[in-house]
Design a protein around this ligand. Structure first.
Ligand code: 2AM
Length: 175
């Protein structure tokens, strides 16, 4: 049976994507970790894992029934998790709409049989991977902000030594 590695997430507006990678190039040296490609930058809402087409269809149908208004996301925090080796950006304060959306998607995923980590939702945009050694964190002198007007189902594929994240389907957030 064919499966796909899927997750729900939020993409970044292209201008902010470019600003973030320009900032990243000045903020970290090459030894800090492996930079994610600009097009791969995203914030994960719920990770589904390797799932069948049937399960993906059922989960997508539930996602399509979500009615939630848009919200504003501020990117004003950064951190380093040495164990998974991730340097990330995220909000100091998570907007309620973001937490609600993630919790709903995570509970729908759990009910559909997708294991959900017991760890609390910590919204983040991974910037560097393989960052398992100490990293000199730059000052948090940045502040990006954008309106989140949709969320999406993403597929993660690995080929020719590269991971790519692509949007499979997206749904609007409407007031
Ligand atoms: P990360 O960026 O913190 O590694 C695609 O792999 C996305 O799903 C990534 O954003 C990744 O988060 C997240 N992810 C991968 N494996 C996961 C897991 N087992 N539990 C939760 N999120 C996971």
């Amino acid at each position: 049976m064919s499966t796909r590695r899927l997750f729900f997430g939020i993409g970044l507006p292209p201008t902010i994507q470019q600003e973030i990678i320009a900032w990243r190039a000045t903020a970290f040296n090459a030894e800090a970790g492996r930079p994610l490609a600009a097009a791969n930058l995203h914030l994960t809402l719920a990770f589904l894992g390797e799932i069948s087409a049937e399960k993906a269809t059922a989960i997508s149908r539930l996602a399509g029934r979500i009615r939630q208004p848009p919200f504003t996301l501020q990117i004003d925090d950064a951190g380093h998790w040495p164990r998974p080796g991730v340097v990330w950006l995220g909000p100091r304060q998570s907007p309620r709409g973001l937490v609600q959306l993630a919790e709903l998607l995570r509970s729908q995923a759990a009910r559909s049989g997708c294991y959900q980590s017991p760890q609390p939702f910590h919204p983040h945009i991974s910037l560097l991977r393989n960052a398992t050694r100490p990293v000199a964190m730059p000052p948090r002198n940045f502040h990006w902000q954008f309106d989140v007007t949709e969320f999406a189902l993403w597929q993660s594929t690995f080929s020719q030594g590269r991971t790519r994240y692509n949007i499979v389907e997206s749904w609007p957030l409407t007031a």
